[in-house]
Design a protein around this ligand. Sequence first.
Ligand code: S3P
Length: 181
Amino acid sequence: MGKNYETVEKKFSGNIVLIGFMGTGKSSIARKMSKLFGLEIIEMDETIEEREGISITEMFGRYGEEYFRNLETDMLIEMQSMDNVIVSCGGGTPLRQCNVDEMKKIGTVVLLSATPDTILSRVERSHNRPLLENNKTTEFISEMLGKRRDKYQAAADIIIETDGKSKFEICKEINERLASI
Ligand code: S3P
């Protein structure tokens, strides 16, 4: 059952591209944004898995990370003509500058951020992230986040901190921030 009483007036137009480290809530916020504002969701990881017919973990193991990264770039190029969508990127998508250039052409880039502790609590029980498998500690996440932070921030038009907030609160904040740019 969805929370149907949660409604909010849409104050933005155009597409949204959600970026952020693993476990910052991109997929769940994309679903909530889709419900609240009638946007079509494009889940990059899921679409790539469906097309390739294997999981990302298998893809990394069989063909290597670079293979997966090239598929991400191809997908962003394909999405250029889409309308009324919210794109949920993979956590590593903004690490390539060419991907950031493509994202900017698609829509407004929204970075979701969270502390390493929050991220750990959100990814702890999942096993579909090859880069975190066997590395689920605050220290590892903190170090990886540190290496990526500048690129995430440089790619973002808007940064939203997610710690301790409900999905609805985060979506309302995105709506307000988009209205004022
Ligand atoms: C990755 C994040 C994952 C997925 C892949 C690599 C990364 O997406 O694309 O495992 O490099 O941060 P999520 O952020 O949706 O977990």
